[in-house]
Design a protein around this ligand. Structure first.
Ligand code: MSP
Length: 545
């Protein structure tokens, strides 16, 4: 059988001077769930590749390191480890973690820049701008005007300064970019982001500076040098964008390019949807298939801020995972996150509502209801499927088939929440079916009516098999909890089994009559909306008189 086309998904590489928070963890969790789902759909793990990593050549790394009596490299090492550990703690299974200070990245960047110098796409020119000598930095024309051409820090006049600089001929690619975006509606997603880029591309694109000078200031000595010109270094953003390519620019991984999806946040859309594709066009490299720019998380309706105390840092995320399980947290991020483009709210009340509805009262309760009845009425032995009364609204073979078709279609357009909601929909149907067929009432009649036992068997088999299918679809979001369910139900799928087989109701991976189902612990404990918010210090109790 021919192997499926490679699926390469990337996250942004994160600045090492920050500490991991919900923004970073969200993107990597979405990429992880998408990669798991792609592996499941293909029934093949090797053709899917998830890349995350860290962006380490920012000037801030040098200043932060100096402030902490460290070297830039040691500082970057420490923080890169923190990101890696954060993602591992959230069960994100990346295939590689690229760091821009690694030789396998930084030694390749000059090669691409040299190629662009050769074609003339990168050329040496002169940069003129408003310079704040006290801060040793340029201000944009707008910022300079707003500050009345005075330093916003020390009030001294800004000076017009000129220096040698390398430029990339971005302007030369404007028409080709427009044509590509127009011909490929999925290239930039969601649609609002696509419109945003198209709108900006209606104005003339200027060439952009892609180097920074190296001076006596140690901060300027950090980074990748321009080939053949050590007095200049590659601008950190250009260096960073190449990570997506350097990681797979090896004989073993070359087939992963072009990437299927670059998953990013909306604030870094321009770099990914315009500058990066133009660089690739100039190099004659194929373009990624999709740039997906998600919205941002806010917290309790407001922009996250440390001073407001509403910041969702890694510690707060771990506190939620401790209280509601890691998969409970993953489910909230994946189904309620800002993927569609709108910003999303991490609100405690909403978290509890979704957790209780989808998980504690949803799959968790449904699975235990069904297994408890199999234990009670059939001694825990999966009963033989038979002809349960045909109820047109509860044709589970058709319901499951439709859910998996929609699951695949939703993942293709990167609508992760819609994909996972297909599984919740199956669970709602099973709950409805139990209410309509009332197996607990039927069980009371089996002694007087022998056919009732067969009917009970058929109903419970149907419920269990539908829950199994839902659990398969939910597994990329909640790998641990679904594995726990499969283990008590003795239906752990074999490695590399295809979704088409796994999610077919009554198909090749169906529950086997005669196998055993144990009661097991509740998958998700019900959450008490009045309990203290995880990660917050409880208010002192009122003094007793
Ligand atoms: N280093 C660059 C990316 C280079 S990619 C070649 C960078 N790093 S970052 O660490 O500042 O941000 C990484 C990502 O975090 C961005 O995609 C950004 O959108 C995302 N988020 C930061 N705060 C966020 C939220 N509050 N919510 C969701 N994502 C947010 O930019």
């Amino acid at each position: 059988m021919p192997s499926p086309a490679p699926y390469y998904i990337t996250t942004p590489i994160y600045y090492v001077n920050d500490r991991p928070h919900i923004g970073h963890c969200y993107t990597t969790t979405v990429a992880d769930a998408a990669a798991r789902a792609m592996r499941l759909i293909r029934g093949e793990s090797r053709s899917t590749f998830l890349l995350t990593g860290t962006d380490e050549h920012a000037d801030k790394v040098v200043t932060s390191a100096a402030a902490h009596n460290s070297t830039p490299q040691a500082w970057a090492d420490k923080h890169a480890d923190a990101f890696r550990a954060a993602f591992t703690s959230l069960n994100c299974g990346f295939d590689d973690f690229i760091r821009t200070t690694e030789p396998r990245h930084k030694d390749k960047v000059p090669g691409y820049i040299s190629a662009l110098l050769k074609t003339g796409d990168i050329y040496k020119g002169v940069y003129t701008g408003w310079y704040d000598a006290g801060q040793e930095e340029y201000l944009t024309e707008t910022a300079a005007r707003e500050a009345n051409f005075k330093s916003p820090i020390n009030g001294k006049p800004l000076v017009q300064r000129t220096e040698d600089c390398y430029f990339f001929k971005l302007g030369a690619y404007q028409e080709r970019l427009l044509a590509h975006i127009n011909a490929n509606p999925h290239f930039i997603q969601p649609d609002a982001r696509r419109q945003e880029v198209l709108g900006r591309l209606r104005q003339t694109l200027n060439d952009i500076p892609v180097s920074r000078p190296v001076t006596d200031d140690p901060a300027t000595q950090w980074g990748v040098r321009m080939p053949g010109d050590p007095a200049n270094r590659v601008y950190v953003w250009i260096d960073a964008l190449f990570n997506y390519y350097t990681t797979v620019d090896t004989p073993e991984r070359k087939h992963f390019w072009p990437a299927a999806v670059h998953l990013i946040g909306k604030d870094i859309l321009w770099f990914h949807a315009v500058i990066w594709p133009a660089l690739l066009m100039a190099l004659n490299f194929p373009l990624p298939k999709m740039i997906f720019g998600h919205g941002w998380w806010v917290s309790e309706g407001q922009k996250m801020s440390k001073s407001l105390g509403n910041f969702i840092d890694l510690e707060r995320m771990h506190a939620y995972a401790d209280a509601f399980s890691l998969d409970g947290l993953r489910w909230y991020l994946l189904t309620q996150g800002p993927l569609s483009g709108q910003d999303a709210d991490f609100s405690h009340a909403k978290f509890i509502e979704v957790y209780n509805a989808d998980l504690a009262n949803g799959i968790g309760n449904c699975a235990s209801r069904v297994s408890n009845m199999i234990v009670k009425y059939f001694d825990g032995v999966v009963p033989t499927p038979g002809n349960a009364a045909a109820l047109p609204d509860y044709d589970f073979k058709a319901i499951c088939a439709k859910a998996s078709v929609e699951y695949v279609a939703a993942l293709d357009r990167f609508d992760i929440a819609c994909a996972f909601n297909q599984a919740s929909e199956i669970i709602r149907k099973v709950d409805g079916y139990i209410n309509v067929t009332a197996p607990f009432k039927l069980a009371k009649t089996v002694e007087a009516n022998p056919t009732a036992k067969q009917e009970l068997a058929a109903i419970l088999y149907t419920c269990a098999e539908a829950v199994r299918v839902a659990s398969v679809l939910m597994a990329p979001a909640m790998p641990q909890k679904m594995a726990a369910l499969w283990s008590t139900w003795n239906c752990t799928p074999g490695a590399d089994t295809k979704l088409a087989d796994l999610a077919a109701f009554g198909g090749p991976c169906a529950l086997k009559p005669g196998s055993t189902v144990a009661k097991g612990d509740a998958l998700f404990m019900r959450a008490d909306p009045a309990a203290p918010i995880p990660g917050t210090i409880p208010a002192p109790s009122a003094p007793t008189v």
